[in-house]
Design a binder for this molecule. Structure first.
Ligand SMILES: [Zn+2]
Length: 255
């Protein structure tokens, strides 16, 4: 079967990512992330973009929730045009990159990326929804396959989409191919692995040409740590299984 694509007809087709606005979701995000706690970067980012929300800091929780509810409603109404046009741009922006994104992602998740036969990875089922948000918190729900993207995200909405889509497929891949480790690794370690994987993959030329971000922010603690994982990817000859095994060996060894 050299020089061909192997499709399995029983598999899920590539998911269709849809885009929506949802005021109630944004009200939830604000209630959830606006903690006013020192050092809470999400809370700080909400206040930076929406300084008027500072006035609910001293309110008791019911009053604060009411304040947030009406603030989000009002802000969304006042920025209706801008939000609607950003939504259109987000949809069109994704349409321009989705084919290339799925193609490159197939290469990463196939077990022999350098060979000519590419096995198309079966994407997990889910809603695949991107909600544009007026807050720069960008939460995601791995199980449901939905996430928010800040409508003025400095790295662009396509970057957020590609980043989150990689999380969705990566979690599924780990669960199916490293099921023991998936069960025992723990939420934090799983999350770190998933973010480190993104740090590395989003720096591959093919992904940079999709996101237009040469050097996006990193989850790794330092540049040195990032380089270790980039080298690990190279040494694994871009084979995802080898990369994951080497990563797990390293962290278990380090512990
Ligand atoms: Zn992430």
């Amino acid at each position: 079967m050299a020089n061909s694509f192997c499709y399995n007809i029983s598999m899920e087709p590539r998911p269709i990512l849809r885009f929506q606005l949802d005021i109630e979701y944004d009200q939830w995000t604000c209630r959830e992330f606006l903690t006013f706690k020192e050092g809470d970067i999400f809370s700080a980012s909400i206040l930076k973009d929406h300084p008027a929300l500072i006035s609910c800091e001293k309110m008791e929780s019911e009053k604060r929730n009411e304040f947030i509810t009406s603030y989000v409603e009002k802000y969304s109404e006042e920025h209706k045009q801008e939000l609607a046009s950003t939504l259109e741009q987000a949809k069109n922006g994704w349409l321009k990159v989705e084919d290339a994104f799925f193609k490159e992602t197939d290469k990463v998740f196939s077990k022999n990326p350098k060979e000519e036969t590419i096995y198309i990875y079966d994407w997990p089922k889910g809603k695949y929804l991107c909600y544009l948000s007026i807050f720069n918190c960008n939460p995601r729900f791995i199980k449901e396959k939905e996430f928010q993207a800040y409508y003025k995200h400095p790295l662009g909405i396509n970057f957020v989409c590609i980043h989150e889509m990689l999380h969705f497929i990566f979690y599924d891949y780990l669960e199916k191919n490293f099921s023991e480790q998936y069960k025992t690794l723990g939420k934090r370690n799983l999350w770190k692995l998933s973010e480190i994987f993104n740090d590395v993959i989003l720096r591959i030329d093919e992904f940079i040409s999709l996101t237009k971000q040469k050097d996006p922010s990193i989850y790794a603690q330092s540049r040195e740590e990032l380089v270790i994982y980039q080298r690990m990817w190279e040494e694994a000859k871009e084979n995802i299984d080898t990369f994951i095994k080497n990563y797990l060996n390293k962290i278990y060894y380090d512990i």
